[in-house]
Design a protein around this ligand. Structure first.
Ligand code: KG4
Ligand code: ZN
Length: 339
């Protein structure tokens, strides 16, 4: 099946063509285009929703054309149109959903609504041809932090989530307080490599109760308070040590939850996905967890960790296979649906 997919849930407009066929063992990306708005939002230190919607509106038609061209196919060869329908910024989602609806309607193609979080995990199918459910997964991104149990490609239970800030949001807010440009995750990663992770002790984001939930806002506040106190006292702040100590608190929080989840659910495959999965320290800590507990670890390639439409196309394939088609009354939702 050849899928033309669209993603517009936050600040990347993306279109891609993917081909998947479980029977023939085919999972390939024919084209994947991403128009990033990061440079625009960096001026404001974060994503401005209305600007994001307008930038999606400008970019999406050309991306659709470009994705078909790069894939070397015509619209007649497309079997189905996939689009991110939830969760995300509502104005941003409306652009992608309405464009995909119009495109599917005009070209008489079936339409599939995709959950962005499941899309992030589906990026791993494109990079690991043999990966199949059941498995456990965690999506760590700018907007989401979810621990998920997959019994099938479209059958998913959320077993843990953040109760406030997402992990990427926490990286970005701490980075901003340190004076780093938005989004600060990648620069924090680099700085942390140069610092001492034991220099400052920060609290874990793993909530101490019987859930597998997280609270990243407490950790964020602790780091910001530490920074402000140092500034007030005129003490020198080693940014590398701060980045390393903060990153250690994040990775320890995730790994703590993974051990607890393994004890409770006993999984043997784990997928880490989402923008923050690009973090080298988090990848290393999760690999070590896998080695210790006999769990096979899967990451998407770095290029597929952040928002893209290839991952949406991959999930759209499995939704279509399960008979989950949308009709033309499809309406996006800012919050999670069915996960
Ligand atoms: O998945 P994504 O592109 O968008 C959402 O769905 O939210 O994730 C973007 C997030 C940003 O918060 C960014 O700072 C973070 O991923 N990020 C990183 C790294 N690279 C990107 N965070 C930590 N370390 C990195 N290397
Ligand atoms: Zn995302």
């Amino acid at each position: 099946m050849i899928i033309l997919a669209f993603e517009s849930s936050c600040d990347e407009t993306a279109a891609a063509v993917v081909e998947l066929d479980e029977e023939r063992g085919v999972r390939r990306i024919l084209s994947s285009l991403v128009a990033s708005q990061v440079a625009i939002h960096a001026l404001y230190g974060g994503v401005v929703p209305e600007i994001a919607s307008r930038a999606h509106t400008e970019a999406i038609s050309n991306l659709a054309e470009g994705a078909l061209q790069q894939a070397g196919i015509t619209v007649e060869q497309v079997d189905c149109v996939g689009v991110t329908a939830h969760p995300g910024l509502i104005g941003a989602l409306l652009v992608g959903v309405n464009f995909a609806k119009a495109y599917a309607y005009a070209n008489r193609k079936p339409l599939v609504a995709v959950d962005h979080i499941l899309g992030h995990v589906a990026a791993a199918y494109l990079c690991h041809p043999k990966l199949k459910p059941p498995f456990f997964a965690m999506v760590t991104s700018g907007g989401h932090t979810s621990l998920l149990s997959f019994s099938d490609y479209t059958k998913v239970e959320t077993v843990g989530r953040t109760r406030d800030d997402a992990v990427g949001e926490c990286f970005d807010k701490v980075a901003r307080t340190m004076g780093l440009p938005y989004p600060g995750g990648a620069e924090m990663d680099r700085l942390a490599t140069l610092g001492d992770p034991k220099a400052i002790k920060f609290p874990l984001a793993a909530i101490r109760d019987d859930t597998l939930d997280f609270s990243f806002s407490g950790l964020k506040t602790a780091v910001i308070n530490h920074l402000n106190t140092c500034r007030q006292k005129g003490e020198e702040i080693r940014r590398e040590d701060l980045a390393a100590s903060f990153t250690k608190a994040v990775t320890d929080s995730v790994v703590t939850r993974l051990h607890e989840a393994k004890d409770r659910y006993g999984f043997d495959k784990f997928v880490l996905a989402g923008g923050v999965c690009a973090n080298s320290h988090l990848r290393k800590a999760v690999m070590e967890f896998g080695k210790k507990r006999g769990v096979a670890i899967y990451f998407p390639d770095l290029a597929l960790c952040g928002d893209n439409a290839a991952m949406i196309g991959a999930q759209a394939y499995y939704e279509a296979r399960a008979g989950h088609f949308a009709d033309f009354s499809l309406n996006p939702s800012a919050t999670h649906r069915g996960v």
